[in-house]
Ligand binder design. Sequence first.
Ligand SMILES: [Zn+2]
Length: 512
Amino acid sequence: MRPLFRAATIIGAGLFSLATYAPAQVAQEAVDLDVVRRIREEGLERSQIPELAGYLTDVIGPRLTGSPGMRRANDWTAETLEGFGLQNVVVEPWGEFGRGWDNMYYSGRITEPYVQILQALPAAWTGSTDGMVKGPARIVEAGSTADLERYRAKLRGAFVLTREPQPIEPEWQPRPLRSSLEDLLAPAEVRERPQVDPAQREQMMQRWRRQRAMRDTIASFMQDEGIAGTLSPSSRTYGILRVWGGSGRDPDNDIPAAELVVAHEQYGQIYRNLERGIPVQLEIEVVNEFYEDDLQAYNTLGDIPGSDLADEYVMLGGHLDSWYPGTGATDNVAGCVVMMEAVRILKALDLEPRRTIRIALWSGEEQGLLGSRYWVQNHEELWPKISAYVNVDNGTGRIRGVWDQMNEGAIPVFEQILWPFRDLGVVAVKHGNTGGTDHLSFDRVGIPGFNFIQDPIEYSTRTHHTFADRYERLVIDDLKQAAVVVAATVYHLAMRDEMVPRKPSEQDTATN
Ligand SMILES: [Zn+2]
């Protein structure tokens, strides 16, 4: 017995956080340290992360689902995976997504009370202006349909501000870019699914439906009144533009009016001047393109075929789609190139996994995990055969551990597989849930789905869905580390005698 495999030693060492978990027995994982050494050497010394990430961000660019950029990314990743020697590489439709969209042109300036560039970008899936439009900015404050009447015949040709600016305080306490050992090893706050009583839930739903109906009413009132467009504040400060999407994705909807996301500080200035009664004049031109030729969206997948357990799968993935203003570097070229590099490493070393290792690069994640959810739905026959799915989608930070996703049986498996990477900062197998990305599509049908824990770097503060999310924001050495950790993880999961244990409550439904 090699000391690394002694679970008791690992637990005793206290490096991994066991939280509430104390297993009566721990099965030994056959961790192949020679393979680990070779994976580290290939991934840390001959990494292709810079080339992969550079091409996806700088050449292919943003990858809004349904856009030409997303199609190019699907094709390029498929070709690249084939070049690595993967088999069964497909660009596979998962279902109908809706209209594609791209921004072709934007120019804007404020001409009164003094001339300045309007630092803004169109929200995705919103419409164009009618050429170059000169018009006033106007605040519309409406809580009810009656309120709207006050604005009748006053909005023609105006750019409308419907949101009151929210103050964003300075960061009095700058957030750390890396997680501390102490935080990583502290037990996570385990939140069970909140038990909302049905009556309360119905009330919440009704309130939400009323709010949405009111928003729709305001939007159609303004459109009927002939507004030139709407302005909304970016949710990030320091001039960082962070966009979202409008209602034009749904092919049943009319194309909404032009909507610009304006720098937080400039939006505040416009709003304050209007409140002072000082006129604000704008000059804006927006050209957006909608694509309706193919309403479907696609995932890219490929396999390293297994040997004696080839009909079982270990999957790894991340989402290839992004928001548009940057190039989606940390969200989520980072995760995609980590996964691509991981399979490249395994192929380069000519390793022969027992189970088939399948990489999946999803689309439609940003609109609700759609690509992964529909893929899982479309492949129900594979559910009992998928041992586990692992995901990277929390930015550019190196891997510090993994969540067990409330699957305690997986803890000793990951603790032993990840043990050889503690010197690279991988220290925590945490008992708890993490959400927000594609592993949930697997977890919800009882397939063990996991998302790695990463250092936060600038993800939530600067890069997530922003104009700043570009190649410069990638920490290449961290991504090399992540690829090595993922390569070893999927390799060892693919070599185990048994599939990854499933959650007890789901064992019966998922394994037969
Ligand atoms: Zn993401």
